[in-house]
Write a protein that binds this ligand. Sequence first.
Ligand code: 1PR
Length: 536
Amino acid sequence: MITLLDYGAGNVRSVKNAVEKLGGTLHTVASPEDILSAEKIIFPGVGNYENMIQVLNRKGYMKPLREYLASNRPFFGICLGMQALFQGSEEDLSNTESIGFFQGRVERFKTKLSVPHMGWNGIHLKQDSPLMQGIGPDARFYFVHSFHLVPHDPSVVLTTTTYDYAFASAIQQGNIIGTQFHPEKSGKHGMQLLENFIRLSDFTPCGRVDIPGCGLSRRIIACLDVRSNDQGDLVVTKGDQYDVREKGDDDGKGGVRNLGKPVDLARRYYEEGADEITFLNITGFRDFPLADLPMITILEQTSENVFVPLTIGGGIKDYTDADGRHYTALEVADRYFRSGADKISIGSDAVDIAKAFVETGKKTGQSAIEQISRVYGAQAVVISIDPRRVYVASPEDAGSHHVIQTRIPGPHGEAFCWYQCTVQGGRTAVDLDAVTLARACEKLGAGEILLNCIDRDGTGAGFDLELIRAVKQAVSIPVIASSGAGCADHFSEVFTETGADAALAAGIFHRKEVPIADVKAYLAEHRIPVRQSQRP
Ligand code: 1PR
């Protein structure tokens, strides 16, 4: 029997699903007594440290947790669940007392690399622990965090991981274990680790070792654009420059392209080695997503069998329904996190928010970006940008917009362009450029940029390298390059020429033109680090 400490923030569904898939039985903590009577505890933490500590205090969990840990019964803290074991964090501005079982604190990454540290990274093993049985030096695990542990006592470090510099990525003392990475999101190796925790009863390490692992890989993301077709079924579709209807009918208005069922395709991509899966509800801007229960069901069903990060986008904004009930974007996001999402992606609403911020220079604290980031952490907030090129003869013609000199001249030989943001799936253009939008959203608390490009979407002509380079240079959060992948070499090109942290594709995967495994094999041949595809 595993006792799950769910304090109400973040996606615990994946941990539940993983434990149940491995044959474990779960009981969720409902009172402080449940902690005291537990035999094995898993404490998954995602989101904001300060919020977590306040909730633990409010629920009266601090004292029983300290008693439980002192008894050396098995405990597995994941991400914030590990950080909480120490004395405090730079993320906690109110400096509330933490569990303090170990000496040390949590500090923000001090690096020029993208923060959050997001993606699949290796581990350098420092202790010979039964927990690590069956996990070799090629294992990579999924990390997503802006803060890392600085323990006082180096003997509690189980593994370190290098992101610019080495930091403690897992700790262990007796049966008390913690990982900064998410085993429940780390495919086969993560499942092995959880299985070891469920199966074994004594984790006491047998001594010190020094086994280096591999480094951070570039991520390959499969994207599923989802919408109802004309028969009302939710299907994965795929547009050409955002037009998802078949061509060729007399009136030019064919049916919605149907490339498969969302849950089936997501599972296929997980098995083929996708590092993440993104669902975009592409009509979310006009329908209220919480009324769109099938989308919630898709997430719930996907998370039963897919153990890599899931992002969901479309319609994440404040909303008033037909009965006059108001929902905040935070409530919409909360429902998605509870259904199995690890990150939410905001498209149209981010444009309005950023525009207001750029015009006033003031943060309201109330925008969807700020609210969701405050509760769930920056790493859970992705901004999806849908830009289109606007050619100009000279930089002055672009006004205050971020303009670049382009190698791809415009229809009249223009040598300059800027990237105009759009909303509502490309239907409406806005007086804001993609670079300014990305910068503003980073300042407001977003943790990642999903950078689409309407000109390239579905063309197979390759990513828009000039766009991606401009945005990547403007922000310090990770950037996902999207739109236009047509062959494996396009992925290699986008990583080497823009520094993108991840690359996303849809059409070539849906049509089975280039399998994910082939993309990864090609990247590995070209010395670009990737997590090798492995059947789960
Ligand atoms: O505005 O917050 O409701 O979010 C809506 C979301 O839906 C946005 O993220 C927006 O990008 C997306 N969206 C809206 N309409 C469309 C459409 O296609 N008609 N899809 C759409 C965007 C673009 C990519 C695509 C890549 C890779 N899809 O995500 O998957 O371009 O494609 P490729 O590899 O085939 O070239 P909101």
